[in-house]
Ligand binder design. Structure first.
Ligand code: PEP
Ligand code: MG
Length: 579
Protein backbone atom coordinates (compact mmCIF):
# COMPACT_ATOMS: atom_id res chain seq x y z
CA UNK A 1 0.00 0.00 0.00
CA UNK A 2 1.32 3.43 -0.93
CA UNK A 3 2.35 5.46 2.07
CA UNK A 4 1.96 9.16 2.81
CA UNK A 5 -0.62 10.15 0.22
CA UNK A 6 -1.13 13.83 0.99
CA UNK A 7 -4.30 15.89 0.54
CA UNK A 8 -5.23 19.47 1.32
CA UNK A 9 -8.77 20.51 2.18
CA UNK A 10 -10.42 23.16 4.31
CA UNK A 11 -9.61 23.00 8.01
CA UNK A 12 -13.07 23.26 9.51
CA UNK A 13 -12.65 22.19 13.14
CA UNK A 14 -9.36 22.36 15.07
CA UNK A 15 -7.54 19.32 16.39
CA UNK A 16 -5.44 16.35 15.27
CA UNK A 17 -6.92 12.93 14.59
CA UNK A 18 -5.39 9.60 13.63
CA UNK A 19 -7.58 6.53 13.12
CA UNK A 20 -8.83 3.96 10.63
CA UNK A 21 -11.17 5.28 7.93
CA UNK A 22 -14.86 4.49 8.15
CA UNK A 23 -16.02 4.91 4.59
CA UNK A 24 -19.57 6.12 4.54
CA UNK A 25 -20.33 4.73 1.10
CA UNK A 26 -23.67 5.56 -0.40
CA UNK A 27 -25.17 2.21 -1.43
CA UNK A 28 -25.52 1.54 -5.14
CA UNK A 29 -28.99 0.25 -5.95
CA UNK A 30 -29.36 -1.57 -9.24
CA UNK A 31 -32.80 -0.51 -10.40
CA UNK A 32 -34.49 -1.15 -13.74
CA UNK A 33 -38.08 -0.96 -14.94
CA UNK A 34 -38.59 -4.72 -15.19
CA UNK A 35 -42.23 -5.83 -15.13
CA UNK A 36 -43.85 -7.90 -12.41
CA UNK A 37 -46.75 -10.32 -12.58
CA UNK A 38 -48.16 -10.11 -9.06
CA UNK A 39 -49.17 -6.51 -8.44
CA UNK A 40 -50.70 -7.11 -4.99
CA UNK A 41 -47.60 -8.86 -3.76
CA UNK A 42 -45.40 -6.00 -5.02
CA UNK A 43 -47.61 -3.44 -3.27
CA UNK A 44 -47.45 -5.29 0.01
CA UNK A 45 -43.64 -5.42 -0.32
CA UNK A 46 -43.62 -1.65 -0.78
CA UNK A 47 -45.89 -1.23 2.25
CA UNK A 48 -43.61 -3.45 4.32
CA UNK A 49 -40.50 -1.47 3.29
CA UNK A 50 -42.20 1.83 4.19
CA UNK A 51 -43.39 0.42 7.54
CA UNK A 52 -39.90 -0.87 8.35
CA UNK A 53 -38.39 2.50 7.43
CA UNK A 54 -40.80 4.39 9.70
CA UNK A 55 -40.00 2.03 12.58
CA UNK A 56 -36.30 2.41 11.93
CA UNK A 57 -36.55 6.21 11.84
CA UNK A 58 -38.46 6.21 15.16
CA UNK A 59 -35.79 3.96 16.69
CA UNK A 60 -32.94 6.14 15.44
CA UNK A 61 -34.78 9.21 16.72
CA UNK A 62 -34.92 7.89 20.30
CA UNK A 63 -31.19 7.20 20.19
CA UNK A 64 -30.51 10.65 18.71
CA UNK A 65 -32.57 12.37 21.43
CA UNK A 66 -30.32 10.76 24.02
CA UNK A 67 -27.18 11.84 22.23
CA UNK A 68 -27.94 15.31 20.99
CA UNK A 69 -31.18 16.37 22.63
CA UNK A 70 -34.73 16.61 21.38
CA UNK A 71 -34.31 19.80 19.41
CA UNK A 72 -31.50 18.61 17.15
CA UNK A 73 -33.18 15.21 16.79
CA UNK A 74 -36.14 16.97 15.17
CA UNK A 75 -34.59 16.23 11.78
CA UNK A 76 -35.92 12.68 12.21
CA UNK A 77 -39.46 13.99 12.55
CA UNK A 78 -39.04 15.43 9.08
CA UNK A 79 -37.86 12.00 7.88
CA UNK A 80 -40.79 10.22 9.49
CA UNK A 81 -43.17 12.74 7.92
CA UNK A 82 -41.75 12.07 4.46
CA UNK A 83 -41.82 8.28 4.92
CA UNK A 84 -45.41 8.55 6.17
CA UNK A 85 -46.60 10.82 3.37
CA UNK A 86 -49.76 9.21 1.91
CA UNK A 87 -49.42 11.09 -1.38
CA UNK A 88 -46.00 9.67 -2.07
CA UNK A 89 -47.19 6.18 -1.18
CA UNK A 90 -50.29 6.43 -3.41
CA UNK A 91 -48.18 7.65 -6.29
CA UNK A 92 -45.83 4.67 -5.91
CA UNK A 93 -48.80 2.26 -5.81
CA UNK A 94 -50.39 3.85 -8.89
CA UNK A 95 -47.18 3.44 -10.88
CA UNK A 96 -46.97 -0.24 -9.93
CA UNK A 97 -50.64 -0.80 -10.82
CA UNK A 98 -50.63 1.18 -14.08
CA UNK A 99 -47.27 0.15 -15.47
CA UNK A 100 -46.89 -3.28 -13.82
CA UNK A 101 -43.33 -2.34 -12.89
CA UNK A 102 -41.32 -3.48 -9.86
CA UNK A 103 -41.62 -1.60 -6.58
CA UNK A 104 -37.98 -0.41 -6.40
CA UNK A 105 -38.44 1.35 -9.72
CA UNK A 106 -41.66 3.01 -8.58
CA UNK A 107 -40.14 4.13 -5.26
CA UNK A 108 -37.11 5.50 -7.08
CA UNK A 109 -39.16 7.45 -9.64
CA UNK A 110 -41.43 9.06 -7.06
CA UNK A 111 -38.68 9.98 -4.60
CA UNK A 112 -36.33 11.30 -7.26
CA UNK A 113 -39.09 13.48 -8.65
CA UNK A 114 -39.83 14.83 -5.15
CA UNK A 115 -36.14 15.34 -4.50
CA UNK A 116 -35.69 17.36 -7.70
CA UNK A 117 -38.74 19.42 -6.94
CA UNK A 118 -37.20 20.53 -3.63
CA UNK A 119 -33.67 20.84 -4.96
CA UNK A 120 -34.78 23.26 -7.67
CA UNK A 121 -36.60 25.58 -5.32
CA UNK A 122 -35.18 29.07 -4.79
CA UNK A 123 -35.70 28.96 -1.09
CA UNK A 124 -32.74 27.53 0.88
CA UNK A 125 -35.02 25.95 3.46
CA UNK A 126 -36.78 23.84 0.84
CA UNK A 127 -33.51 23.13 -0.93
CA UNK A 128 -32.27 21.54 2.27
CA UNK A 129 -35.41 19.37 2.46
CA UNK A 130 -34.13 17.68 -0.71
CA UNK A 131 -31.41 15.95 1.30
CA UNK A 132 -34.06 14.65 3.75
CA UNK A 133 -36.04 13.21 0.83
CA UNK A 134 -32.84 11.55 -0.44
CA UNK A 135 -32.16 10.07 3.02
CA UNK A 136 -35.65 8.56 3.13
CA UNK A 137 -35.42 7.22 -0.45
CA UNK A 138 -32.19 5.43 0.45
CA UNK A 139 -33.73 3.98 3.58
CA UNK A 140 -36.93 2.67 1.94
CA UNK A 141 -34.99 1.19 -0.98
CA UNK A 142 -32.52 -0.49 1.34
CA UNK A 143 -35.42 -2.23 3.11
CA UNK A 144 -37.16 -3.05 -0.15
CA UNK A 145 -34.03 -4.52 -1.76
CA UNK A 146 -32.64 -5.94 1.44
CA UNK A 147 -29.35 -4.07 1.14
CA UNK A 148 -27.69 -3.11 4.38
CA UNK A 149 -26.75 0.56 4.88
CA UNK A 150 -23.51 1.55 6.63
CA UNK A 151 -24.55 1.59 10.26
CA UNK A 152 -23.16 4.58 12.14
CA UNK A 153 -24.62 3.25 15.36
CA UNK A 154 -22.53 0.09 15.02
CA UNK A 155 -19.22 1.96 15.20
CA UNK A 156 -17.50 0.62 18.28
CA UNK A 157 -13.84 1.42 17.62
CA UNK A 158 -11.98 4.65 16.89
CA UNK A 159 -12.53 5.88 13.33
CA UNK A 160 -12.35 8.90 11.05
CA UNK A 161 -15.53 9.18 9.01
CA UNK A 162 -14.84 9.64 5.31
CA UNK A 163 -17.89 10.68 3.31
CA UNK A 164 -19.04 12.72 0.38
CA UNK A 165 -20.85 14.99 2.84
CA UNK A 166 -22.51 14.38 6.18
CA UNK A 167 -26.23 14.98 6.39
CA UNK A 168 -27.75 16.36 9.60
CA UNK A 169 -29.26 12.95 10.31
CA UNK A 170 -25.88 11.26 9.96
CA UNK A 171 -24.00 13.71 12.16
CA UNK A 172 -26.72 13.31 14.77
CA UNK A 173 -25.78 9.67 15.21
CA UNK A 174 -22.04 10.04 15.64
CA UNK A 175 -20.59 8.96 18.93
CA UNK A 176 -17.77 11.28 19.99
CA UNK A 177 -16.15 8.44 21.93
CA UNK A 178 -15.35 6.60 18.69
CA UNK A 179 -15.54 9.20 15.96
CA UNK A 180 -12.19 11.00 16.07
CA UNK A 181 -12.53 13.07 12.91
CA UNK A 182 -14.41 13.81 9.68
CA UNK A 183 -13.10 14.10 6.15
CA UNK A 184 -15.50 14.96 3.34
CA UNK A 185 -15.44 15.63 -0.40
CA UNK A 186 -17.60 18.73 -0.23
CA UNK A 187 -18.40 21.52 2.24
CA UNK A 188 -16.56 24.47 3.76
CA UNK A 189 -16.24 26.29 7.08
CA UNK A 190 -19.91 27.23 7.19
CA UNK A 191 -21.42 23.94 6.00
CA UNK A 192 -23.57 21.90 8.30
CA UNK A 193 -20.86 19.27 8.85
CA UNK A 194 -18.37 21.98 9.85
CA UNK A 195 -20.68 23.58 12.38
CA UNK A 196 -21.50 20.18 13.91
CA UNK A 197 -17.81 19.26 14.04
CA UNK A 198 -16.98 22.44 15.94
CA UNK A 199 -19.92 22.01 18.31
CA UNK A 200 -18.86 18.43 19.04
CA UNK A 201 -15.16 19.47 19.10
CA UNK A 202 -14.26 16.82 16.53
CA UNK A 203 -11.35 17.70 14.19
CA UNK A 204 -12.55 17.99 10.59
CA UNK A 205 -11.13 18.58 7.13
CA UNK A 206 -13.75 19.26 4.47
CA UNK A 207 -13.83 20.06 0.77
CA UNK A 208 -11.29 17.35 -0.11
CA UNK A 209 -13.02 16.81 -3.48
CA UNK A 210 -12.46 13.08 -4.07
CA UNK A 211 -11.35 11.68 -0.76
CA UNK A 212 -13.99 8.93 -0.76
CA UNK A 213 -12.33 7.38 -3.81
CA UNK A 214 -8.81 7.81 -2.50
CA UNK A 215 -9.48 5.97 0.76
CA UNK A 216 -9.87 2.22 1.10
CA UNK A 217 -11.94 0.66 3.82
CA UNK A 218 -9.63 0.44 6.83
CA UNK A 219 -6.96 2.83 5.47
CA UNK A 220 -5.13 4.58 8.27
CA UNK A 221 -5.69 8.35 8.16
CA UNK A 222 -4.18 11.34 9.92
CA UNK A 223 -5.65 14.81 9.71
CA UNK A 224 -5.09 18.31 11.03
CA UNK A 225 -8.36 20.23 11.38
CA UNK A 226 -6.66 23.63 11.64
CA UNK A 227 -4.44 23.46 8.54
CA UNK A 228 -6.68 21.22 6.39
CA UNK A 229 -3.90 18.63 5.90
CA UNK A 230 -4.83 14.98 5.53
CA UNK A 231 -2.52 12.01 4.96
CA UNK A 232 -3.57 8.48 3.97
CA UNK A 233 -1.33 5.75 5.42
CA UNK A 234 1.08 8.08 7.24
CA UNK A 235 4.48 6.34 7.44
CA UNK A 236 5.41 7.96 10.70
CA UNK A 237 2.50 8.02 13.10
CA UNK A 238 4.75 9.25 15.88
CA UNK A 239 4.96 12.68 14.16
CA UNK A 240 1.16 12.88 14.29
CA UNK A 241 1.00 11.66 17.84
CA UNK A 242 3.46 14.39 18.77
CA UNK A 243 1.27 16.99 17.01
CA UNK A 244 -1.76 15.68 18.88
CA UNK A 245 0.12 15.89 22.15
CA UNK A 246 1.14 19.51 21.45
CA UNK A 247 -2.43 20.43 20.49
CA UNK A 248 -3.90 18.86 23.62
CA UNK A 249 -1.19 20.34 25.81
CA UNK A 250 -1.86 23.79 24.40
CA UNK A 251 -5.60 23.29 24.92
CA UNK A 252 -4.86 22.36 28.53
CA UNK A 253 -2.52 25.32 29.02
CA UNK A 254 -5.09 27.72 27.64
CA UNK A 255 -7.36 26.75 30.53
CA UNK A 256 -5.34 29.03 32.78
CA UNK A 257 -6.99 31.96 30.99
CA UNK A 258 -10.51 30.83 31.93
CA UNK A 259 -10.82 33.14 34.90
CA UNK A 260 -8.23 35.71 33.88
CA UNK A 261 -9.47 39.12 32.76
CA UNK A 262 -8.46 39.86 29.17
CA UNK A 263 -5.75 42.50 29.44
CA UNK A 264 -2.68 43.52 27.44
CA UNK A 265 0.83 43.43 28.94
CA UNK A 266 0.64 47.18 29.54
CA UNK A 267 -2.68 46.95 31.34
CA UNK A 268 -5.34 47.82 28.72
CA UNK A 269 -8.47 45.79 29.46
CA UNK A 270 -10.85 44.57 26.78
CA UNK A 271 -13.83 42.22 26.98
CA UNK A 272 -13.63 38.85 25.27
CA UNK A 273 -17.14 37.53 24.96
CA UNK A 274 -19.14 34.88 23.11
CA UNK A 275 -21.41 34.70 20.08
CA UNK A 276 -24.27 32.29 20.64
CA UNK A 277 -27.30 31.04 18.72
CA UNK A 278 -29.54 29.22 21.15
CA UNK A 279 -30.37 29.57 24.84
CA UNK A 280 -28.57 26.28 25.70
CA UNK A 281 -25.37 27.70 24.23
CA UNK A 282 -25.26 29.90 27.34
CA UNK A 283 -25.08 26.87 29.64
CA UNK A 284 -21.34 26.48 30.15
CA UNK A 285 -19.83 29.60 28.69
CA UNK A 286 -17.83 30.18 31.88
CA UNK A 287 -15.72 27.12 31.14
CA UNK A 288 -14.72 28.69 27.82
CA UNK A 289 -13.56 31.84 29.61
CA UNK A 290 -16.33 34.06 28.20
CA UNK A 291 -16.68 37.45 29.88
CA UNK A 292 -20.23 37.94 28.66
CA UNK A 293 -22.16 37.56 25.42
CA UNK A 294 -21.56 39.99 22.57
CA UNK A 295 -24.07 38.50 20.15
CA UNK A 296 -27.15 36.36 20.59
CA UNK A 297 -28.35 35.57 17.05
CA UNK A 298 -32.04 35.65 17.98
CA UNK A 299 -33.03 34.47 14.49
CA UNK A 300 -32.29 30.88 15.55
CA UNK A 301 -35.36 31.02 17.74
CA UNK A 302 -37.39 31.96 14.67
CA UNK A 303 -35.70 29.57 12.25
CA UNK A 304 -36.20 26.54 14.45
CA UNK A 305 -39.86 27.23 15.02
CA UNK A 306 -42.76 26.25 12.80
CA UNK A 307 -44.51 29.60 13.37
CA UNK A 308 -43.61 33.08 14.63
CA UNK A 309 -42.42 32.54 18.24
CA UNK A 310 -44.77 34.06 20.79
CA UNK A 311 -43.83 36.80 23.24
CA UNK A 312 -43.87 34.24 26.05
CA UNK A 313 -41.59 31.77 24.23
CA UNK A 314 -39.15 34.55 23.47
CA UNK A 315 -39.30 36.01 26.97
CA UNK A 316 -38.44 32.61 28.46
CA UNK A 317 -35.52 32.12 26.07
CA UNK A 318 -34.01 35.57 26.71
CA UNK A 319 -34.57 35.35 30.47
CA UNK A 320 -32.83 31.96 30.49
CA UNK A 321 -29.74 33.45 28.86
CA UNK A 322 -29.64 36.49 31.16
CA UNK A 323 -30.01 34.40 34.27
CA UNK A 324 -27.17 32.09 33.16
CA UNK A 325 -24.93 35.11 32.65
CA UNK A 326 -25.77 36.63 36.05
CA UNK A 327 -24.34 40.15 35.95
CA UNK A 328 -22.41 39.90 32.73
CA UNK A 329 -23.61 41.95 29.78
CA UNK A 330 -25.68 40.02 27.21
CA UNK A 331 -26.19 41.69 23.83
CA UNK A 332 -29.19 40.30 22.01
CA UNK A 333 -29.59 41.11 18.35
CA UNK A 334 -33.13 41.60 17.12
CA UNK A 335 -34.39 39.45 14.29
CA UNK A 336 -31.83 39.30 11.47
CA UNK A 337 -33.77 37.35 8.89
CA UNK A 338 -33.66 37.36 5.08
CA UNK A 339 -30.65 37.02 2.79
CA UNK A 340 -29.45 33.48 3.42
CA UNK A 341 -31.58 33.07 6.56
CA UNK A 342 -35.04 31.76 5.72
CA UNK A 343 -38.16 30.80 7.66
CA UNK A 344 -40.29 27.81 6.73
CA UNK A 345 -43.51 29.64 7.67
CA UNK A 346 -42.92 32.88 5.82
CA UNK A 347 -42.24 33.37 2.14
CA UNK A 348 -39.97 36.34 1.44
CA UNK A 349 -40.80 38.16 -1.78
CA UNK A 350 -38.57 37.11 -4.65
CA UNK A 351 -35.73 39.55 -5.21
CA UNK A 352 -32.75 39.60 -7.55
CA UNK A 353 -30.33 40.40 -4.72
CA UNK A 354 -31.74 39.18 -1.39
CA UNK A 355 -28.54 40.20 0.44
CA UNK A 356 -29.22 43.80 -0.60
CA UNK A 357 -32.94 43.49 -0.19
CA UNK A 358 -35.77 43.07 2.21
CA UNK A 359 -34.12 41.73 5.35
CA UNK A 360 -33.21 42.27 9.03
CA UNK A 361 -34.21 45.71 10.37
CA UNK A 362 -35.79 46.60 7.01
CA UNK A 363 -38.18 43.68 7.38
CA UNK A 364 -38.83 44.42 11.09
CA UNK A 365 -39.63 48.10 10.58
CA UNK A 366 -42.12 47.08 7.93
CA UNK A 367 -43.72 44.45 10.21
CA UNK A 368 -44.20 46.33 13.48
CA UNK A 369 -46.33 43.59 15.14
CA UNK A 370 -43.57 41.00 14.70
CA UNK A 371 -40.91 43.47 15.80
CA UNK A 372 -42.88 44.72 18.80
CA UNK A 373 -43.52 41.18 20.05
CA UNK A 374 -39.76 40.67 20.17
CA UNK A 375 -39.06 44.05 21.80
CA UNK A 376 -41.67 43.38 24.51
CA UNK A 377 -40.12 39.98 25.21
CA UNK A 378 -36.64 41.51 25.34
CA UNK A 379 -37.64 44.34 27.65
CA UNK A 380 -39.47 42.01 30.01
CA UNK A 381 -36.41 39.74 30.13
CA UNK A 382 -34.12 42.74 30.74
CA UNK A 383 -35.35 42.77 34.35
CA UNK A 384 -33.35 39.55 34.94
CA UNK A 385 -29.80 40.70 34.21
CA UNK A 386 -27.83 43.18 32.09
CA UNK A 387 -29.04 43.46 28.53
CA UNK A 388 -28.09 45.29 25.38
CA UNK A 389 -30.62 45.29 22.54
CA UNK A 390 -28.89 45.47 19.16
CA UNK A 391 -30.38 46.21 15.74
CA UNK A 392 -28.88 44.46 12.70
CA UNK A 393 -28.15 45.93 9.24
CA UNK A 394 -28.67 49.57 10.14
CA UNK A 395 -27.85 51.73 7.12
CA UNK A 396 -29.13 55.18 8.14
CA UNK A 397 -29.62 57.25 11.30
CA UNK A 398 -33.30 57.42 10.45
CA UNK A 399 -33.64 53.63 10.59
CA UNK A 400 -31.89 53.51 13.95
CA UNK A 401 -34.15 56.20 15.39
CA UNK A 402 -37.28 54.43 14.13
CA UNK A 403 -36.20 51.18 15.73
CA UNK A 404 -35.20 52.90 18.97
CA UNK A 405 -38.50 54.69 19.02
CA UNK A 406 -40.33 51.36 19.05
CA UNK A 407 -38.28 50.39 22.11
CA UNK A 408 -39.25 53.66 23.80
CA UNK A 409 -42.93 53.20 22.95
CA UNK A 410 -42.86 49.65 24.26
CA UNK A 411 -41.24 50.82 27.51
CA UNK A 412 -44.13 53.23 28.02
CA UNK A 413 -46.68 50.48 27.42
CA UNK A 414 -44.98 48.17 29.89
CA UNK A 415 -44.85 50.93 32.50
CA UNK A 416 -48.58 51.49 32.04
CA UNK A 417 -49.21 47.77 32.39
CA UNK A 418 -46.96 47.72 35.50
CA UNK A 419 -44.68 45.10 33.93
CA UNK A 420 -41.06 45.19 35.08
CA UNK A 421 -38.12 45.93 32.78
CA UNK A 422 -34.67 47.43 33.18
CA UNK A 423 -34.92 51.15 32.48
CA UNK A 424 -31.15 51.18 31.89
CA UNK A 425 -31.26 48.57 29.13
CA UNK A 426 -28.71 49.54 26.45
CA UNK A 427 -29.82 50.09 22.86
CA UNK A 428 -27.13 49.75 20.21
CA UNK A 429 -26.54 48.69 16.65
CA UNK A 430 -24.45 46.56 14.36
CA UNK A 431 -22.07 48.25 12.00
CA UNK A 432 -22.10 45.95 9.00
CA UNK A 433 -22.90 48.35 6.17
CA UNK A 434 -20.21 50.85 5.10
CA UNK A 435 -22.65 53.80 5.33
CA UNK A 436 -22.95 53.30 9.09
CA UNK A 437 -19.20 52.77 9.54
CA UNK A 438 -18.49 56.19 8.04
CA UNK A 439 -21.22 57.97 9.96
CA UNK A 440 -20.64 56.42 13.38
CA UNK A 441 -19.99 59.82 14.97
CA UNK A 442 -23.56 60.82 14.10
CA UNK A 443 -25.08 57.49 15.16
CA UNK A 444 -23.12 57.80 18.42
CA UNK A 445 -25.38 60.64 19.56
CA UNK A 446 -28.21 58.12 19.81
CA UNK A 447 -26.76 54.60 20.12
CA UNK A 448 -25.37 53.28 23.41
CA UNK A 449 -22.91 50.91 21.73
CA UNK A 450 -21.73 49.50 18.41
CA UNK A 451 -20.76 46.03 17.30
CA UNK A 452 -18.97 45.63 13.98
CA UNK A 453 -20.30 42.72 11.93
CA UNK A 454 -17.37 42.06 9.65
CA UNK A 455 -18.97 39.00 8.04
CA UNK A 456 -21.28 41.41 6.26
CA UNK A 457 -19.10 44.53 6.36
CA UNK A 458 -16.50 42.72 4.22
CA UNK A 459 -19.25 41.55 1.88
CA UNK A 460 -20.61 45.07 1.36
CA UNK A 461 -17.23 46.82 1.30
CA UNK A 462 -15.80 44.66 -1.47
CA UNK A 463 -19.12 43.80 -3.17
CA UNK A 464 -18.27 40.14 -2.62
CA UNK A 465 -21.05 37.64 -1.92
CA UNK A 466 -19.97 35.97 1.33
CA UNK A 467 -21.48 32.66 0.14
CA UNK A 468 -19.79 32.54 -3.26
CA UNK A 469 -16.75 30.29 -3.66
CA UNK A 470 -15.99 31.85 -7.05
CA UNK A 471 -15.14 35.28 -5.71
CA UNK A 472 -13.85 34.27 -2.29
CA UNK A 473 -10.42 35.74 -3.16
CA UNK A 474 -12.04 39.14 -2.57
CA UNK A 475 -13.13 38.25 0.93
CA UNK A 476 -10.30 40.13 2.66
CA UNK A 477 -10.84 41.14 6.30
CA UNK A 478 -7.25 42.37 6.64
CA UNK A 479 -7.46 44.62 3.58
CA UNK A 480 -6.55 48.23 4.55
CA UNK A 481 -9.89 49.40 3.10
CA UNK A 482 -11.75 47.36 5.68
CA UNK A 483 -9.33 48.34 8.44
CA UNK A 484 -10.03 51.99 7.64
CA UNK A 485 -13.79 51.40 7.91
CA UNK A 486 -13.22 49.84 11.34
CA UNK A 487 -10.96 52.72 12.35
CA UNK A 488 -13.67 55.21 11.30
CA UNK A 489 -16.18 53.35 13.48
CA UNK A 490 -13.88 53.34 16.51
CA UNK A 491 -13.10 57.05 16.11
CA UNK A 492 -16.73 57.99 15.46
CA UNK A 493 -17.96 56.19 18.57
CA UNK A 494 -15.25 57.84 20.67
CA UNK A 495 -16.68 61.29 19.87
CA UNK A 496 -19.57 60.46 22.20
CA UNK A 497 -17.61 58.01 24.37
CA UNK A 498 -19.60 54.96 23.23
CA UNK A 499 -18.11 51.49 23.26
CA UNK A 500 -17.30 49.50 20.14
CA UNK A 501 -17.15 45.73 19.88
CA UNK A 502 -16.89 43.34 16.99
CA UNK A 503 -18.92 40.17 16.54
CA UNK A 504 -17.89 39.11 13.02
CA UNK A 505 -15.53 36.15 12.60
CA UNK A 506 -12.59 38.56 12.32
CA UNK A 507 -12.79 39.29 16.07
CA UNK A 508 -11.64 35.74 16.89
CA UNK A 509 -8.89 35.56 14.28
CA UNK A 510 -5.48 35.85 15.88
CA UNK A 511 -4.15 37.27 12.60
CA UNK A 512 -6.40 40.30 13.04
CA UNK A 513 -6.61 40.70 16.83
CA UNK A 514 -3.31 42.64 17.24
CA UNK A 515 -4.44 45.22 14.65
CA UNK A 516 -7.94 45.47 16.13
CA UNK A 517 -6.41 46.17 19.54
CA UNK A 518 -4.65 49.22 18.16
CA UNK A 519 -6.84 50.71 15.42
CA UNK A 520 -7.71 54.37 15.90
CA UNK A 521 -5.23 54.58 18.81
CA UNK A 522 -7.80 53.08 21.13
CA UNK A 523 -8.76 49.82 19.48
CA UNK A 524 -11.88 47.77 20.06
CA UNK A 525 -13.41 47.60 23.53
CA UNK A 526 -14.90 44.18 23.01
CA UNK A 527 -14.15 41.04 20.94
CA UNK A 528 -17.07 38.65 20.46
CA UNK A 529 -16.46 35.23 18.93
CA UNK A 530 -17.41 31.57 18.98
CA UNK A 531 -16.78 30.20 22.45
CA UNK A 532 -14.05 27.80 21.31
CA UNK A 533 -11.86 30.73 20.14
CA UNK A 534 -12.00 32.71 23.40
CA UNK A 535 -9.10 31.20 25.36
CA UNK A 536 -6.60 31.41 22.52
CA UNK A 537 -7.63 35.04 21.88
CA UNK A 538 -7.21 35.87 25.57
CA UNK A 539 -3.72 34.38 25.46
CA UNK A 540 -2.78 36.49 22.41
CA UNK A 541 -4.12 39.66 24.06
CA UNK A 542 -2.26 38.90 27.28
CA UNK A 543 0.99 38.50 25.32
CA UNK A 544 0.89 41.89 23.58
CA UNK A 545 1.52 45.51 24.54
CA UNK A 546 -1.25 47.85 23.54
CA UNK A 547 1.30 50.46 22.47
CA UNK A 548 2.91 48.10 19.94
CA UNK A 549 -0.55 47.16 18.60
CA UNK A 550 -1.24 50.85 17.93
CA UNK A 551 2.03 51.02 16.00
CA UNK A 552 1.16 47.87 14.07
CA UNK A 553 -2.35 49.14 13.24
CA UNK A 554 -0.93 52.43 11.94
CA UNK A 555 1.39 50.52 9.64
CA UNK A 556 -1.44 48.22 8.53
CA UNK A 557 -3.80 50.98 7.40
CA UNK A 558 -0.98 52.41 5.35
CA UNK A 559 -0.39 49.16 3.42
CA UNK A 560 -1.53 48.75 -0.19
CA UNK A 561 -2.90 45.20 0.01
CA UNK A 562 -4.31 42.58 2.35
CA UNK A 563 -1.30 40.43 1.58
CA UNK A 564 1.06 43.13 2.86
CA UNK A 565 -1.00 43.41 6.05
CA UNK A 566 -1.01 39.63 6.50
CA UNK A 567 2.78 39.50 6.20
CA UNK A 568 3.10 42.33 8.68
CA UNK A 569 0.94 40.59 11.27
CA UNK A 570 2.52 37.20 10.72
CA UNK A 571 6.02 38.59 11.33
CA UNK A 572 4.72 40.37 14.41
CA UNK A 573 3.12 37.21 15.82
CA UNK A 574 6.07 34.99 14.88
CA UNK A 575 8.49 37.19 16.79
CA UNK A 576 6.34 36.62 19.85
CA UNK A 577 6.03 32.89 19.27
CA UNK A 578 2.26 33.22 18.97
CA UNK A 579 2.05 31.32 15.66
C1 PEP B 1 -21.73 39.77 10.79
O1 PEP B 1 -22.31 40.12 9.76
O2 PEP B 1 -20.52 39.94 10.99
C2 PEP B 1 -22.47 39.10 11.87
C3 PEP B 1 -21.92 38.89 13.04
O3 PEP B 1 -23.73 38.70 11.60
P1 PEP B 1 -24.14 37.41 10.75
O4 PEP B 1 -22.88 36.60 10.52
O5 PEP B 1 -25.14 36.72 11.59
O6 PEP B 1 -24.66 38.03 9.52
MG1 MG C 1 -24.50 40.18 9.58
Amino acid sequence: MMKDKKYKGIGASDGIATAKAFLLDKPIFKIDDSKISNVDQEISKVNAAIEASIKNIEHVKTIAIDKIGAEKAMVFDAHAQIANDPELKNEIISIIKDQKVNGAYAIDVVFKKTHDLFANMEDDYFKQRASDVEDVRTKILSFFLNIELPDLLAIKSEVIIVADDLTPSETALLDKKYVKGFATNIGGRTSHAAIMARTMEIPAVLGLKDITNAVDKNSMIALDGSTGDLVIEPSDLSVWNKKKEIFLKEKEELKKYINVKAKTLDGVEVDVVANIGKPEDADNLDSYGAEGIGLVRSEFLYMENSKWPTEEEQFNAYKYILEKQKNKLVIIRTLDIGGDKKLNYYQFPHEMNPFLGYRAIRFCLNNPEIFKTQIRALLRASAFGRMGIMFPMIATVDEFLKAKNIVEETKKELTKEKIAFDSKVLVGMMVEIPSSAFLTDKFAKYADFFSIGTNDLVQYTFAVDRMSENVSYLYQPNNPALLRAIKATIEGAAVHKKFVGMCGEMAGDIRSIPILLGLGGKGLDEFSMSASSILRSKKVIASLKHSECVELANKAIDCDTAEEVNNLVENFLQKKNLI
